[in-house]
Design a protein around this ligand. Sequence first.
Ligand code: GUN
Length: 293
Amino acid sequence: MPVRHYVTARIIDGRALGAIIEKGLTNEAEAIEKRGRAPHLVVVIVGDDAASHVYVRNKQRACERIGIKSTRHDLPSTSNPSDLIDLVDNLNKDEGVDGILVQSPLPDGFDEISITEMIDPEKDVDGFHPVNLGRIVTGKVDGLLPCTPSAVIRMLESTGERLAGKKALVVGRSRIVGMPSALLLAQKGVDATVTISHSQSQDLRRLCLDSDIIVAAVGRPGMIKSDWVKKDAIVIDVGINRVEVDGASRLVGDVEKEASERASWVTPVPGGVGPMTIAMLMRNTIKAASDRI
Ligand code: GUN
């Protein structure tokens, strides 16, 4: 009988890596509390987007595990943008608050960019304020970095593979993931050669096949086909897409699962970038608190 050998990629386990990071942060949170008070994260959610409520709950659970105080403000989708502006204004002024996170997406009628810009950059634990994003461009990467892009870099580094000089393709150019991931990949110390692709890019298949690293961040289930993945590439799948399979609801990434038969390393969905993003948010909260307490 013929024997078929399947060589599958190694898994970059976001839950395990995140748990190690959280353990270190727990000690830091304890040390901060001894200096005065526990670090304090405030999460604001507007409306009733189901996925956002799950994400926010997971962020609050992580705070509990680590010893970070968390407060949540729920505003109805019918609230006025000025209610959110007033709330952020008060949180900026509140000496007892270290981190402010306004969960995205906001309902229609809210201007996400201007809300992001009004958060005190020192409390901007999402790392989305132009001051914090701009610092990356200047090569300053010890500040409040955006959480998912830092998770991407940490996961790549955890493989122990040499990243310098590798061709990295970022699929998607969002302000939250794609664009800042590209900036971090190109930083000194990571030193990847970066291409950003987007909806207008031609021949995405060829771009993927040319890449040693693929960071998929488009939010479209299975958009990156398994046979677009170069042999031994590293695949970081940022997509978390809910799909119906045989009547059951499942989470899948932006990259077809079979890519693991060609890649050297892959991130699972769920259990990959998601938990690591939360660990990076916790790290930012500790960083913001330790600068203040
Ligand atoms: N919505 C999806 N991801 C994020 C995130 O990282 N931060 C915020 N604030 N909202 C999100």
